[in-house]
Design a protein around this ligand. Structure first.
Ligand code: TXA
Ligand code: MG
Length: 338
């Protein structure tokens, strides 16, 4: 058991976090996407502590975070040409690229795979901590396995109090959903997890972008899983969430006809809820606002004691695809198409 410290953002907390990481401990760190649980990616014992703190299955690989492009060559056996192009365009930023791993990355870190996901965060505190630690940092989202990813230090504290020595409080995450995860196949890109770097953005690198089946479909028993994280239950609030796919007007009419007084409505605009009396959470009108608000909203549903939730369906393009992908999992893939 630790007495988990919340560290404010200053040079001292960057150093404190780096000292803990050098000593083989796990620290909660802010990034532009969501908070991460960071430890030395080379240190098997330290990485085991991450899995223990999260209650994460050992076959779900961790993303390795670097502060500079030059740090990746020792971690991989090959840097695909497309990866270089993507790094130039999207790094530092919310993009994780899967590459063949070198022996320097322990199997514990890669969840037993011979590949490793690498990302260079744009968050300056995150990069300062990586630099000061002097090692690449393995970091999954800093939630308990199955819970919504944390977008504030308080979310991390709620899940990790007593499990890790410290959390660096960098304020609310700007992006709010985890990084886009891609792998490379021949001269193409496979999208494994949508994020702020959208399919449309990736198509500026190559037209050959394939959206993996697991992004929008529930993977059947025994299906070949390209990204192990996609097979686990995710982001699930205690309530039963149903996604209602229709226009603002159709959504409003559906709620009027079907929702009970104690149900909760998750919506985007005032129009969605005009004339409704149900409790509500507003995610905002744009894809970006919805991404930024979603995980906090899922935690809020639990605090409200919500039992049945009707959520308006996000757009399936741009950053909206990332919001839809997360909400689908929170809703256990229940969608009503109007
Ligand atoms: O934005 C993010 O990516 C955050 C912050 C902290 O950087 N991290 C994050 O990590 O979301 P995590 O562990 O919660 O999600 C990583 C996802 C999982 O679905 C995992 O299965 C997949 O990336 N992944 C990691 N390494 C992989 C690999 N070598 N091959 C396939 N999928 C991989
Ligand atoms: Mg996660």
């Amino acid at each position: 058991m630790f007495e988990t410290k919340l560290l404010g953002i200053d040079e001292n907390s960057v150093n404190t976090a780096a000292e803990l990481i050098k000593a083989g401990e796990v620290v909660g760190i802010p990034t532009e996407t969501v908070y991460g649980l960071g430890a030395n990616a080379f240190d098997e014992e330290a990485v085991r502590k991450i899995f223990a703190a999260k209650g994460r299955p050992a076959d779900n690989p961790l993303i390795v975070h670097v502060s500079d492009f030059d740090e990746i060559s020792p971690l991989v056996t090959e840097i695909p040409a497309l990866a270089k192009k993507c790094a130039e365009k999207f790094w530092p930023g919310p993009l994780t690229m899967i590459m063949p791993k070198s022996d320097k990355i322990p199997m514990v870190t890669s969840g037993g795979l011979d590949t490793v996901g690498i990302r260079m965060p744009s968050n300056k505190i995150a990069r300062a901590i990586i630099k000061a630690s002097g090692c690449p940092i393995a970091a999954p989202s800093a939630n308990l396995s199955g819970s919504p990813s944390p977008t504030t230090a308080q979310h991390v504290f709620a899940d990790m109090n007593g499990r890790i020595p410290a959390i660096v409080d960098g304020g609310a995450c700007g992006v709010g959903v985890e990084s886009t995860v891609i792998s490379f196949e021949g001269d193409g890109i496979r999208l494994l997890r949508p994020g702020f770097v959208s399919v449309e953005d990736l198509k500026e690198i190559t037209e050959n972008v394939l959206v993996d089946k697991g992004v929008l479909e529930m993977l059947g028993e025994g299906a070949k899983v390209m990204s192990p994280g996609m097979k686990y239950k995710h982001y699930a609030p205690k309530a039963d969430v149903t996604i209602i796919d229709g226009s603002s007007h159709e959504f409003n009419a559906f709620i009027k006809a079907n929702a009970d007084a104690e149900d909760v409505v998750m919506h985007f605009t005032d129009n969605d809820v005009s004339g409704l009396s149900q409790r509500r959470i507003c995610l905002g009108a744009t894809d970006e606002e919805q991404a930024q608000r979603l995980f906090d909203a899922l935690r809020e549903l639990d605090e409200m004691g919500a039992k049945t939730v009707y959520a308006r369906c996000p757009r399936k393009t741009g950053v909206g695809l990332a919001v839809y992908n997360r909400l689908l999992r929170a809703a256990a893939f229940r969608v009503i198409k109007l």
